[in-house]
Design a protein around this ligand. Structure first.
Ligand code: NAP
Ligand code: 3JM
Length: 338
């Protein structure tokens, strides 16, 4: 079997370290694994398949001889280094928002639009959507195919891990501080997150929405190849470590019942339906964390309109929302193109 040289950019981060774990779990055919991060990580080593791999400092020459580059070190790093990697023949799968809306770059969720991957040849870059978009489109695509979704109203309940390792620490230290009657420190998120909910993720834009909210709007339209689909989002950070939850309301062109949605989703790739209200069974972030699937429950008719459905969608934001989706893209890439 052919093997590939894989570079992980941002290897010491929340997403990067999960990528290393998933490459190992899924037995990705890695020949050489190159781990890249900032100068802060000089001297660090990480374990892959039981062996220690040194972390190297990212620079212009990092991609010589590499076949696939998994990037998660922030937008500005991707903007600068993804084209350098692509020129060196290393196909980039980018987890940041840097290239997602570029019409020449495919934005891929393997369960939803794997056919767009081939377009990578133009620029040598494939974009991975935002975590909140990925789990939503995995659950909604089969419904869109069956009944054509016209409008989506979504509110998110997003885990702190989506904001990186320093935000994970922040929830931990603020919780301890407050339980010990000490003043909590704010360093990463815009307000205290312990025992709180913050209706701001990423920066505010001129239209009053946050950038995170507009990522869900624009990425969903691109992934569904449907500029007419109306999407409105409210993105909220909640004091959860892993697993994003979403309350999603859809309006469809064709009438579809809650029972039909349950049936369609029970056969959908990457989706598990957990929906037994009588047994208090519905998706929970603490159950989704560490898993691969997108979990859907609380499926019910929206009684306020003719063709509406409400549901609750939960997935591990670091796995399907980032690292797993990227590795699944890499699997299709090597199978069909490299
Ligand atoms: P994190 O835990 O804070 O880790 C950041 C990583 O980037 C670390 O490995 C860090 O290395 C590296 N890095 C930072 N500055 C660098 C530089 N100048 N040169 C080289 N490496 C540098 O963040 P994370 O949660 O893993 O997220 C990383 C990025 O992935 C985010 O900024 C975002 O763009 C993207 N992301 C995407 C999704 C998604 O929805 N698809 C979800 C989460 C994150 P050091 O340890 O050396 O500092
Ligand atoms: C998730 O500093 C940065 O450029 C990263 C900001 C960020 C993003 C992003 O915009 O790439 C943090 C967390 C994301 C994302 O997936 O959109």
């Amino acid at each position: 079997m052919k093997r590939y040289n894989v570079a992980v950019v941002g290897a010491t981060g929340t997403v990067g370290s999960e990528m290393i774990k998933i490459l190992e779990e899924r037995d990705f055919p890695v020949d050489r694994l190159k781990l890249l991060a900032s100068e802060r990580s000089t001297g660090k080593e990480l374990v892959f398949r039981g062996e220690s791999v040194p972390v190297e400092v990212l620079d212009e020459n990092s991609f010589e001889g590499m076949n696939v580059g998994l990037f998660s070190a922030g937008g500005s790093i991707s903007e600068r280094f993804a084209p350098i990697a692509a020129r060196a023949g290393c196909v980039v799968i980018d987890n940041t928002s840097a290239f997602r809306m570029d019409p020449e770059i495919p934005l891929v969720v393997p369960e939803v639009n794997p056919e767009t991957i081939g377009m990578y040849e133009k620029r040598g870059i494939i974009a991975n959507p935002n975590c909140s978009t990925i789990q939503m489109v995995v659950a909604l695509k089969p419904i869109h195919d069956a009944a054509r979704i016209r409008r989506i109203v979504v509110s998110t309940y997003q885990a702190v891990s989506g904001a990186g390792k320093r935000a994970i620490e922040e929830l931990d230290t603020q919780t301890r501080a407050l339980l010990n009657f000490q003043e909590p420190k704010i360093q990463v998120l815009p307000h205290i997150i312990a025992f709180n909910c913050i209706p701001q993720i990423d920066i505010f834009l001129d239209n009053g929405y946050t950038k995170e909210e507009m990522k869900m709007v624009n990425e969903t339209r691109k992934i569904f190849h449907d500029q007419s689909i109306a999407v409105t989002a409210t993105a909220v950070r909640v004091p959860v470590f892993y697993g994003h939850s979403e309350s999603v309301n859809i309006e469809t062109e064709k009438k579809i019942t809650a029972e039909e949605v349950r049936k369609i989703l029970s056969r959908a790739p990457g989706v598990t339906v957990i929906d037994s209200p009588e047994g208090k069974e519905y998706p929970l972030a603490i159950h989704a964390a560490g898993g691969d699937d997108t979990f859907v429950g609380r499926i019910r008719q929206d009684e306020s309109i003719a063709n509406g459905i409400n549901m609750w969608i939960v997935s591990d934001n670091i796995r399907k929302g980032a690292a797993l989706n990227a590795v699944q893209i890499a699997e299709i890439l090597i199978r069909n193109h490299l």
